[in-house]
Ligand binder design. Structure first.
Ligand SMILES: [Ca+2]
Length: 323
């Protein structure tokens, strides 16, 4: 199945997929999307804001999201902040090896000091299809003024980035053909586009779920994928379609990455699902999004719209390794 891009243009990276296995053939390499964009679109997207640099430039805080003071650095810790008073620890890991550096529990409203609501190479979409309520971030499928399902991205580009550590969310996924919820890490540094997909699900894709009695696609599978070279055209370093046997839209589960200098290990509810020996040393920022298409198919009237079919995120937490 050829990947389908939102703009229906062929992706140079997608053409690298050889289709020899299910997981590879369905991937639309997210970091490749901007290859087909014009440079001027990049400049429009962020307006007067400076381009993100290799390290985050500020230490924003808010009532709901916290970037721990002094933590906006790559991988070297010179002074450890005090223990997290809330006692949050990386699930299933040795907590003594980590220090919390970023946490959003989504307790009140979305912090615009921490999150951008569109990705750097696209223009904003005024249709509001996200909210923070009931202690969770919700991003739901909705058509915009032109009638199209559009990709919604919330990211910390220019606000928070980190190299190495433990990255965890607790989330439940959307159902429905065409929906494509994800949690991933990315950066754009000169011509490099390093990317680590911690969670991607394609509820409408064959092998990614099942159809319920009303014809709605239910997700039971997700995949982590490692893209060391970003959009320089190389293949991924590792991926796995992990079949959970559960309806991932019915309840919250933990999706996590332990990122070490020479290895990345991915977890589902604390259990390892994939380990890849790979070296990636760039700082990367966080993305939570609900996109459409690719292996999940084209969303249509069978795709449940609205807040009741949201990609719901209970929290995002990041720890740095103690060294
Ligand atoms: Ca929460």
């Amino acid at each position: 199945m050829p990947p389908e891009l939102a703009n229906n243009k062929p992706s140079p990276c997608a053409q690298k997929s050889d289709g020899s296995d299910a997981s590879k053939s369905v991937k639309t390499h997210r970091g490749c999307e901007e290859q087909v964009k014009k440079v001027e679109q990049e400049e429009v997207a962020r307006g007067a804001q400076p381009k993100p640099s290799a390290t985050a430039r500020s230490t924003p805080t808010s009532e709901t999201a916290t970037v721990i003071a002094g933590s906006n650095r790559a991988s070297v810790i010179t002074a450890l902040p005090p223990p997290d008073p809330a006692g949050r620890v990386p699930y299933g890991q040795d907590a003594s090896q980590y220090t919390l550096t970023f946490a959003d529990e989504f307790d009140t409203e979305l912090s615009t000091a921490v999150w951008n609501d569109y990705i750097w190479y696209e223009a904003p979409n005024p249709t509001k299809n996200y909210a923070v309520e009931d202690g969770v971030l919700k991003i739901w499928p909705q058509r915009d003024a032109s009638g199209n399902f559009f990709n919604r991205t919330l990211d910390t580009d220019g606000r928070f980035a980190q190299t190495y550590g433990y990255f965890e969310i607790e989330a439940r996924l959307t159902r429905g053909k065409g929906t494509w919820p994800a949690f991933w890490l990315f950066n754009h540094i000169a011509d490099r586009r390093p990317e680590i997909d911690i969670l991607e699900a394609y509820p409408g894709g064959e092998g990614w779920g099942r159809m319920d009695s009303s014809g709605v696609h239910i997700p039971d599978t997700f995949a982590p994928t490692v893209w060391p070279a970003g959009n320089q055209g190389e293949n991924h370093a590792g991926t796995k379609m992990h079949q959970t046997g559960m309806d991932l839209s019915a309840g919250f589960h933990k999706y996590a990455l332990k990122w070490e200098p020479n290895r990345q290990t991915f977890y589902f509810d604390g259990k390892e699902v994939l380990s890849v020996n790979v070296s990636m040393g760039d700082p990367m920022y966080l993305l939570l999004d609900l996109w459409f298409g690719s292996a999940s198919g084209t969303p249509d009237d069978s795709t449940p719209q609205g807040k009741n079919n949201a990609f719901e995120v209970n929290y995002v937490r990041v720890w740095a390794p103690n060294e």
